[in-house]
Design a protein around this ligand. Structure first.
Ligand SMILES: [Zn+2]
Length: 132
């Protein structure tokens, strides 16, 4: 999960396609990944929970909130006033030959930290002091 987030940040498209479970990825997987990399600047990852996914498991779920900004002209950001957006997802992973592969995920409503907790965008500011 974290390695896929890092790969999105670094633009490692081949790794992202390889770690997307074969039957779950579409015929245009590489093109889609390249488009996402081109249009998205990822700024933060918060792991909110995990079920299974341990050394003896063959599958697992990870719930996360990822903050991002859209890049490029003509893209209008929703979410926070300064263009930060959040994707919260509960992802499903399977293990094949010792390697964790992303299958798919369910989108969830945005994660909302409490006022005195760090903001989800990765600024390091408290929630109440961010996006003012
Ligand atoms: Zn923020």
């Amino acid at each position: 999960m974290r390695s896929r987030f890092s790969a999105f940040c670094r633009g490692e498209a081949a790794y992202l396609v390889e770690t997307h479970e074969k039957s779950a990825r579409g015929p245009d997987a590489l093109r889609d990944v390249l488009k996402t990399i081109r249009e998205t600047e990822w700024t933060n990852l918060i792991i909110l929970g995990a079920q299974r996914g341990g050394a003896r498991d063959q599958e697992g779920h990870v719930e996360f909130a990822a903050a991002f900004k859209q890049k490029g002209p003509g893209l209008i950001g929703g979410g926070a006033a300064d263009g930060f957006q959040q994707m919260r997802e509960r992802s499903f992973f399977v293990r094949e030959e010792g390697r964790w592969l992303y299958v798919d995920g369910d989108q969830l409503p945005p994660h909302q930290p409490k006022r005195n907790e760090p903001c989800w965008c990765g600024s390091g500011k408290k929630m109440k002091a961010c996006h003012g």
